[in-house]
Design a protein around this ligand. Structure first.
Ligand SMILES: *Cc1c(COP(=O)(O)O)cnc(C)c1O
Length: 388
């Protein structure tokens, strides 16, 4: 059956291909350990689950939600932003639920891009930053993250023509896949860039609550002027072990949020209200201790992986945020994909090739820390054996 040309233009989603390969190996009795996708292995914190159980039993959550979202959820997000970031948000016009950050990022493309327009996308970066523009008939232009600048894009290197065509820009700190945290001054530069060029800045905030060594990640909206030029997409997926719930919020510029709302009223019917009520509980101060305990677990795993990699000659600086280790592939492999394929075939360990996040990720691989300690240790031991 014929599908759209647009669909044909996007590469197949990395994990969709991998899932098939893993299933084949497992069916053949091979013990595959996956350090690929970033999907927390620990359950959602109990008070959130209990809140959801109560909310599901409450008939007011059973009808169609509105795209604007329940007051309880919007107020909880606004309160959280005030408590956590000292950012004031109007819960009526500056906060809206999103059915996961992925949905929101994709739909922002639909709401802001016409054919011929450009979305500027961090490279390496979350695949939807470039797949989204293609699917709506526009174009993603990659902005390489420059190691010498602290893994930020060189905004000065974006030429005048591209600036003119660009309507939207996607960045994310703490960063997936590199683990980088935002360098001082970059958010300020982004605000100026957005204002100068009339480009909507979208900060994809999936990891501000997942940080280590005492580092506290900022919100983009803490930056003076940020609300005039941009929005932040805050996801509960990673920090609250809620990937399956599809719970996120878009906050910031009210005009951008109004456009997103207008689009969404034609696309979906909002987030299940029981999920919204559970999400509201997740953002309360009583959950902070669970987040902190989770970060202790990830920090321990991070250190274990970094030490093990150092022993086999792979040097990485331990990241101060996210659930990923980003490391150079060993010498002797022609590409990240070739190394990852080799590791899967010879060690039955799944790791992600850096190039899956953009051409600028070539030469690197990503390890996700979302696997129980003993399995993670076993996987790293297998990588060590391969290197002998
Ligand atoms: C995991 C992730 C997302 C997806 O978040 P959801 O809320 O689960 O859709 C978005 N952006 C980045 C950078 C991520 O790592």
């Amino acid at each position: 059956m014929r599908h759209s040309e647009r669909l044909g233009r996007i590469p197949p989603y990395l994990y969709a291909q991998l899932e098939r390969k893993i299933a084949e190996k497992r069916a053949a009795g091979i013990d595959v350990i996956t350090l690929g996708i970033g999907d927390p292995d620990t359950p959602t914190y109990p008070p959130i689950v209990e809140a959801a159980q109560r909310a599901v039993a409450n008939p007011t959550t059973h009808t169609y939600p509105t795209n604007r979202g329940r007051e309880e959820f919007r107020n909880a997000v606004a309160k959280f932003y005030d408590r956590r970031f000292r950012v004031e948000l109007d819960a009526d016009g500056e906060v809206m639920p999103a059915i996961g950050a992925k949905e929101c990022i994709f739909n922002l493309n639909l709401a802001f891009l016409d054919p011929g327009d450009v979305a500027l996308a961090a490279d390496p970066g979350y695949p939807v930053y470039t797949g989204g523009p293609l699917l709506v008939g526009a174009e993603g232009v990659r902005m390489p993250l420059v190691p010498e600048l602290g893994l930020i894009p060189d905004l000065d290197a974006i030429d005048a023509k591209t600036r003119e065509r660009a309507r939207i820009l996607f960045v994310n700190y703490p960063n997936n896949p590199t683990g980088a945290v935002v360098p001082d001054g970059f958010f300020e530069a982004l605000v100026a860039f957005g204002a100068e060029n009339d480009i909507l800045i979208v900060h994809d905030n999936a990891y501000s609550e997942t940080t280590f060594d005492g580092y506290v990640a900022p919100s983009f909206l803490e930056t003076p002027g940020a609300k005039e030029v941009g929005v932040e997409v805050f996801s509960l997926s990673k920090g609250y072990n809620m990937t399956g719930w599809r719970c996120a919020a878009i906050v910031g510029n009210s005009q951008a949020i109004a456009a997103y709302w207008r689009l969404k009223t034609n696309v979906d019917s909002g987030m299940f209200e029981a999920v919204q009520l559970a999400g509201a509980v997740a953002l309360g101060p009583s959950i902070d201790k669970y987040v902190a305990a989770m970060n202790t677990i990830y920090q321990r795993r991070r250190d274990m992986v970094c030490e093990a990699l150092a022993k086999i000659g792979v040097q990485v600086t331990p990241p101060r945020g996210t659930i990923y280790i980003w490391a150079p592939i060993p010498e002797g492999f022609e590409s990240a994909a070739a190394y990852c394929e080799y590791v899967l075939e010879e060690a039955a360990v799944v790791i992600s090739p850096g190039a899956a996040y953009g051409p600028n990720g070539e030469g690197f691989f990503r390890i996700s820390l979302t696997t129980p300690d003993d399995r993670l240790e076993e996987a790293i031991a297998r990588l060590g054996k391969l290197a002998e």
